[in-house]
Write a protein that binds this ligand. Structure first.
Ligand SMILES: Cc1ncc(C[n+]2csc(CCOP(=O)(O)OP(=O)(O)O)c2C)c(N)n1
Length: 490
């Protein structure tokens, strides 16, 4: 059977298990849009290429299979690449497929010619350009395996337009491979944890998504997932710094002692630090008393927060939002500066997607859209700052077109507040400048794009606005006026 290169690509993606593409069109990839029809790949067509990659990222984190982003060559690829950084740091499996100038025109000044694989290489686990239509199925298999293997992460494949248009004999579908199973713990690691008095396992982003709770239940050793650029000061981990100072044995599970652990300086002198990529529980190793102490320390939040009543404080806003997340399948998305930190400190949900160790802002709306698609029945709530909302504001339109009915809460302090707070701390109030925004009515902006919008200026209006938004039957943006307040520090 004869096939176009684009059909080989689309069929290989479908054979690997992909059903969904997050795409922005362009000359180089229209053959893939065409091939997606037979291969039964659905397309969410976004408004900025970085949003397509952020969506593939959230899909990958929630489904445990690579999300697929499809963009055009040259400028489309360049726009997409920035979002790989977030996925790489979060160890999120995804494949960025970018159109590319035809191989037979390279070096001659082809339209949108660019050394794309080199541009993406530092932001991906692997990055290369397909060389033939026959080889595209093997390229997809390699990308799929690479995205999932070891520490998962983004992979980039450029597909030249002459490779997509070439007609070839259909190649056999390769083996897409299964990710390796967790290994038995080495005896010395097992012994170290069993003989320790205060052991902890610190899991990196990918390993905390593989059932960290189950690992803790099985071993009795506290498992602490770290995925925040605030590291040991992650406000969703309470008094983690105290726990780590007391620990006598630490197992780093798929995690480096990097800046988030102050390069290991957060551990007590004499603490035994071990490291392993994967770990399977085979027996009980820890003691319940210590586990309970750790649980209480991580759940710590300042008691004064309970006194914060009806106000424009983020704690008060979060208290109202938590009611929406008290649902079995809820997914919380957090993004942005200080408001995002408050949301992580105050809100709990069965599943969470945050911008992660990269510390980059802007992904919340694409994350929420992909989360809603990955879990259609789930209540998806995104918490983001007003500055952050502006980065991918146009994705509200995408959510409206595909009926992705998430609820976004914008904490509006009319400031790039995280940076303003740095100015206050480092240079003083008299030198704090240039970080102001406007108290824009983002609810009205969302309404204009066809979503449900609310602009809440008084706390009394918040609960009814959230209720209307939750019942709207369309994507909703609730823009809430909040005070300019520094992120929580315990
Ligand atoms: C892509 C990217 N650009 C810039 C920054 C720096 N940055 C971090 S937080 C922040 C301010 C965010 O403002 P907003 O979303 O309004 O949240 P707020 O801090 O006001 O609550 C900025 C500019 C970043 N982390 N990532």
């Amino acid at each position: 059977m004869k096939l176009r290169g684009a059909d080989v690509l689309a069929r290989a993606l479908a054979a690997a298990g992909a059903r969904q593409l997050f795409a922005l069109s362009g000359n180089h990839v229209m053959a893939v849009f065409d091939a997606a029809l037979e291969a039964q790949l659905s397309i969410v067509h976004v408004r900025h290429e970085a949003a397509a990659v952020h969506m593939a990222d959230a899909w990958g984190r929630l489904r445990g299979e690579p999300g697929i982003a499809l963009v055009t060559g040259g400028p489309g690829h360049a726009n997409a690449v920035s979002a790989l950084y977030t996925a790489l740091a979060a160890e999120s499996p995804l494949i960025l497929v970018s159109g590319h100038a035809p191989l037979d025109e390279l070096g001659k000044g082809a339209f949108q010619e660019m050394r794309q694989a080199e541009v993406a290489a530092p932001l991906a686990k692997a990055s290369w350009t397909a060389q033939s239509a026959e080889g595209l199925a093997a390229d997809v298999a390699r990308a799929w395996r690479e995205a999932l293997s070891g520490r998962p992460g983004p992979v980039h494949l450029s597909v030249p337009s002459d490779v997509l248009d070439a007609i070839v004999e259909a190649p056999p579908m390769p083996d897409f491979g299964a990710p390796p199973a967790p290994q038995e713990p080495a005896p010395e690691i097992r012994d170290a944890l069993r003989t320790a008095r205060r052991p902890v396992i610190i899991a990196g982003p990918a390993r905390m998504r593989d059932d960290a709770q189950g690992l803790e239940e099985a071993t009795g050793v506290p498992v602490i997932g770290m995925e925040s650029p605030r590291g040991v000061n992650d406000p969703s981990l309470g008094k983690l710094a105290d726990v780590l100072r007391q620990a006598d044995t630490v197992l780093l599970l798929g995690k480096r002692a990097d800046f988030t652990l102050n390069f290991g300086k957060v551990f007590a002198e004499g603490c035994r630090v071990l490291s392993v990529e994967r770990f399977r529980a085979t027996e009980r190793l820890g003691a319940d008393g210590w586990r309970e102490e750790v649980r209480v320390a991580l759940a710590y939040r300042p008691p004064a927060w309970r006194e914060i009543g009806s106000s424009t404080h983020p704690v008060a806003v979060c208290r109202e939002v938590q009611r929406l997340l008290d649902a079995p399948e809820a997914i919380l998305v957090c993004d942005g500066g200080e408001f995002g930190q408050w949301a992580q400190a105050c809100l709990a949900a069965p599943r969470r997607v945050i911008n992660g160790p990269a510390g980059s802002i802007g992904a919340a709306l694409p994350f929420a859209a992909a989360a809603q698609l990955a879990a259609p029945r789930a209540r998806v709530v995104a918490m983001l700052g007003d500055g952050t909302f502006g980065l991918h504001m146009a994705e509200v339109d995408t959510a409206v077109r595909y009926r992705l009915n998430y609820l976004a809460v914008i904490g509006n302090d009319a400031t790039w507040n995280a940076e303003y707070q740095i100015q206050l701390r480092a240079y003083g109030a008299a030198r704090a400048h240039g970080c102001e925004l406007l108290p824009t009515r983002y609810g009205a902006v969302a309404t204009a794009m066809g979503a449900h919008g609310e602009d809440v200026v008084d706390f009394e209006g918040l609960a009814p606005a959230l209720a209307r938004a939750a019942a709207a039957g369309k994507p909703a943006c609730v823009n809430v006026t909040i005070e300019r307040i520094a992120a929580p520090r315990y």
